[in-house]
Design a protein around this ligand. Structure first.
Ligand SMILES: Cc1cc2nc3c(=O)[nH]c(=O)nc-3n(C[C@H](O)[C@H](O)[C@H](O)COP(=O)(O)O)c2cc1C
Length: 442
């Protein structure tokens, strides 16, 4: 079969544009109303998307006065979305730095059962200093320490998911045997950061392990993804950068003994779609004008680990020296690299940088017609830049609806996107193998 495109709906606020929440086309539902998330997932499922995705950070931003960034906790949301849908994959972000591996393995095994094999975990190490302050940790763990801890975290959760054989539960009322004791075993992990006896107290989920997603793009993050991830979300400013990332990550996966197809690369794409390019651009400007400049300044400060940008004039082109070097950044290093690239490539002013990141936080932005969007998707997909996209509609549900009605049929007509689901589970949609059992055949 022809290689198929993967589409993931990234749900964020009332859209990915920071000002989306106040736009007249945005959903009238409260962001704390579960029907909002269930409804979006149902729309994406009707359009045959592979999955939905929820991001998460562990602190309230200091821009709550002007930015609707509050959201419900992703694991509980996915449980509620799981029972309102039947086919679409469900991916949630949870930080490896601020939970225990036993908790996480248990929650995702539970969700995999609840959803009948549709769950994925976006592994993040959490970059924000404000998150550290909510977990007793001051100063924040360094970038290297967060990833070192993450490596051990992965060993523990994988061992926990593998601590039950697939056939361990017999549930036989006649013989009185509920489970075969020799098909469940402890893991006895004793490492630098974690001591976990195991086994997990939940039977193996339908997918064996949840699908593993990763979204850190620094050098360490890429190597981590190449070892562990089934899919990688990434933010790219353009096609050349996406191609570099794609080639690098596939090569790193091969160096880890994996095949290039074992790791899907899904860059973010935030399309403003209208019947003419001029109308799409007008709409983009209309939403940009609703964004709050000071909130943008604060977001940059967070990414750079608390750097003060208040003295930098808004309308003078920035120089790279005005910003801390990305290598020195202990917070969101790959976002810091994006800011540097934008400044180097476009002579951008602080106001332009802020505007760009308000629209989709550094993900690829496009304003155009359905044909133009479909052309870009096809070009990146066939030219070594993407295996699919993390779709980030700037306005929800309006720009999701237009994408579904106008762009998806074009992709289907071109033979790039499925016309029906071919399996029940997220591993089927992503075309992934099942993890091998740690137990000998019974
Ligand atoms: C699409 C996408 C989604 C992300 N979602 C989250 C998130 O929900 N929570 C979070 O803490 N970091 C998130 N990140 C950031 C990274 O996962 C990572 O933690 C951060 O970039 C620092 O790692 P790095 O220096 O390796 O890039 C996301 C990144 C991308 C590209």
């Amino acid at each position: 079969m022809k290689r198929q495109l993967h589409l993931n709906l990234f749900i964020n606020s009332r859209g990915h544009h920071e000002a989306s929440w106040r736009h007249p086309t945005a959903s009238p539902l409260a962001l704390t109303d579960i029907r909002y998330y269930q409804d979006l997932a149902q729309r994406a499922e009707a359009a045959l998307f592979d999955s939905i995705f929820l991001a998460d950070v562990l602190a309230l931003g200091d821009d709550v006065a002007h930015v609707a960034r509050t959201w419900l906790e992703p694991i509980t949301v996915l449980a509620a979305v799981a029972v309102a849908t039947s086919r679409i994959g469900l991916v949630a972000t949870v930080s490896s730095t601020y939970t225990e591996p036993f908790n996480l393995a248990r929650q995702f095994a539970s969700l995999d059962h609840i959803s009948n094999g549709r769950v994925g975990w976006n592994i993040v190490t959490s970059s924000l200093a404000s998150s550290a302050r909510n977990f007793g940790g001051e100063p924040q763990l360094s970038h290297a320490d967060r990833y070192a801890r993450g490596e051990e975290f992965m060993r523990v959760v994988n061992a926990l998911w593998d601590s039950w054989a697939e056939d361990a539960v017999v549930d036989d009322r006649a013989s009185g045997i509920y489970a075969k004791a020799d098909r469940v075993r402890p893991i006895n992990h004793r490492g630098d950061f974690y001591r976990v006896e195991g086994p997990l107290n939940i039977p193996r989920g339908p997918q064996g392990r949840p699908v593993l997603v990763q979204a850190g793009s620094s050098d360490t993050g890429r190597r981590f993804a190449a070892r562990h991830a089934d899919a990688v979300f990434t933010a790219c400013l353009g096609k050349a950068e996406a191609q570099e990332f794609y080639a690098d990550l596939k090569a790193l996966a091969v160096a880890e003994g994996r095949s290039p197809e074992d790791v899907l690369i899904l860059p973010g794409l935030s399309p403003m779609v209208a019947s003419t390019e001029a109308e799409a651009q007008r709409l983009a400007r209309e939403v940009d004008d609703l964004a709050d400049v000071e909130s943008g300044r604060k977001r940059l400060a967070d990414w750079f680990g608390g750097q003060d940008f208040s003295h930098i004039p808004l309308d003078v082109p920035l120089r790279p020296e005005d910003l801390p070097h990305p290598d020195s950044v202990q917070a969101a290093r790959s976002r810091a690299e994006l800011v540097h690239n934008l400044v180097r490539q476009n002579n951008a002013t602080l106001r332009q940088v802020i505007g760009y990141f308000a629209a989709a936080r550094g993900h690829y932005l496009m304003a155009g017609t359905p044909e133009q969007i479909a052309d870009l998707i096809e070009d990146w997909f066939t030219d070594g830049a993407a295996d699919g996209f993390n779709l980030m509609p700037p306005l929800l549900p309006a720009m999701l609806d237009v994408f579904i009605e106008e762009v998806v049929p074009l992709l289907q007509r071109r033979g790039l996107f499925r016309i029906s689901y071919e399996g029940e589970m997220l591993r089927h949609h992503y075309g992934l193998a099942w993890p091998k059992s740690a137990f000998p055949e019974a």
